[in-house]
Design a protein around this ligand. Sequence first.
Ligand code: T1G
Length: 692
Amino acid sequence: MTAINDVTDYALDGDVGVITLNSPPVNALSWRVRDGIALGVAHALADAAAKSIVLICDGRTFIAGADISELGGPQKGANLLEVMNGMEEATKPVVAAIHGTALGGGLEVALTCHYRVAVPSAKCGLPEVALGLLPGAGGTQRLPRIVGAERALELLTSGRHVPAKDCFAMGLIDELVEEGKLRDGAVAFARKIIAEGRPLKRVRDLSEKMEAARGHPEIFADFRKANVRKFRGFLAPEYNIRCVEAAVNLPFDEGIATERKLFMELITGPQSAAQRYAFFAERQANKIPDVPDDTPLIDVRSVGVIGAGTMGGGIAMNFVNVGIPVTLIEVKQEALDRGLGVIRKNYQRTAARGGITAADVETRMGLITSSLDINALGAVDMVIEAVFERMDIKKDIFGKLDAICKPGAILASNTSYLNVDEIAASTMRPEAVIGTHFFSPANVMKLLEIVRGAKTSKTVIATCMKLAKKINKVAALVGVCPGFVGNRMLSQRQREANALVMEGALPWDVDRVLYDFGFPMGPFAMSDLAGLDVGWSKETSTSSTLREVLCEMDRRGQKTGGGFYDYDDNRVARPSPVAEKIIQDFRIQAGVTPRAISDEEILERCLYPMVNEGAKILDEGMAIRASDVDVIWENGYGWPVYRGGPMFWGDQVGLGRILDKMKAWEGAMGEVYKPAARLERLVAEGKPLVGS
Ligand code: T1G
């Protein structure tokens, strides 16, 4: 064994030179790794005893991409493109041996090898688009040459990780080797290609699939058209598409030049900066300063869910999706039956789309036990309560759980704003009580706000943070305050949206501005979708708000064909003259003379108070760090990831500007706009929200 550098070794295995990279945690292409590959290949080429070369990685995965923390910064060490050219031009066959996830630059490195082998559990992908980028090391030119233009478009703009067996079917992988025996399999393959006299296959020389796509611009036009909504606002998907067009229409080296130009535009632009920030922010959110990584965890192997409504059913699905059995509790059989029926329908819809098989549907449904008796939860490791948002009901349930559940069971509430400490006080085990705030639809939305009670134990916190990842959620730890973090900031935007409509804007003006900013939909369209009558009751309604009047008129949103908007049979929305008339009446009653309100004011009034509230949340310690607030808003409320999140965006806008506006509004409209102390301090110190 020869040490090539501190992350690279070389060993001769018979007549095969094996280069091994070992750079935890994911063998990212840091400058040391790049140097190691270049030096290792040179060493293997100079070793007369080596007839072929294998590039393999120790640890959890093959190269998982460029080192994102280095991107955009000063480059040092060997140039990646030169390293890759060195392999592609090598006079001996180079075989990439893949396990784990060969992603981004990692797959690009493998594509400049002459052959690729993998274990069945491996996955390959080019996920740069999720970072606001495109594969900048030849991936956009080599991938289409293997898989064709259409499949390359889908893979590059989705960034999805492709299982090895599918990669093999596509020709991305040349051979699947025995699980757990990657090195032996790769060495045997490297020996076989010599014995068979196989050529030094350079992907760049493949042209058949490019010729097939040449003269078919409709491939690109159709793809763009089919993805207009999905790619709205993002630059990277379009730039990836242009690179594939270049691969089809230009010679390889000119295609590389196009890729390089477009990559540089993205890497130096604001969108990629925001998306790379979001990548690390999501991982940073798992780090709880006073909960060490080695905190003992509770092994959650069974879960109870109380409430089979929309939230309870969705919550249950998250667990059975990953094989954790659920006991679903309701008080009435018809509610239980209805809940189970909705879950089954959800799975059948997914199966109809090919997302899972019919057998999966039965397996998952089979993991759900239902009961009308809360005592059925005596043996579960965790209970998640998802009943009405009424403290008396929750206290009653937690009191019962305290008596029923085994010692050490986690008792969680899905409350979206109630006081978790008050709920915990209804038990004798407050250390076991925590909030797990799922977002509707709970089986779809990624965000999980984990609400830390004053007495919640570190073990329960650490367990829930790890469990979130297991059920494919993005978790952020928040403190006990009304609305926690996400909804507390949302209430600022809702208040402003309603105020703007009273002052002269119309609902569709506010929705348009926020939609154009990048939100999936504006607050009024969202209310129509969710139903204006959530939390409304006919008995107590007093016609005192626009929403109440609409509900009293049975205009409860999309489900009744009208709310703020009127909806046709296909639920296409049109501004409603009825809603507009009600708004005008309210303005008259309030003695308000409507004024023209600019799009800029709409945006500032809706978002600056959110930034200010985020600063207050940080001052109160209700979120650990500014980037956690951004993780919450990106994963729970559709904040456009290419704008980084409210805190990141607030720094981009300039905290001074936001502070000035808050002060002016406070003077003109009152206390509710009072600037956060943190905002004042950071402006005075010239510091940003993120990182301070
Ligand atoms: N660079 C730097 N650090 C990385 C990294 C990367 N590419 N990938 C992961 N990490 C860190 C991560 O921050 C965390 O650190 C730890 O590794 C475990 O990650 C030229 C320009 C590989 C599927 O986009 O998708 O190549 O928090 O918690 O859930 O064309 O990490 O422990 O300190 O996510 O098991 C393209 C990004 C880069 C892959 C593993 N590659 N990574 O998931 O662990 S751009 C990517 C992932 C590029 C080229 C272009 C995932 C994973 P810490 P983790 P995981």
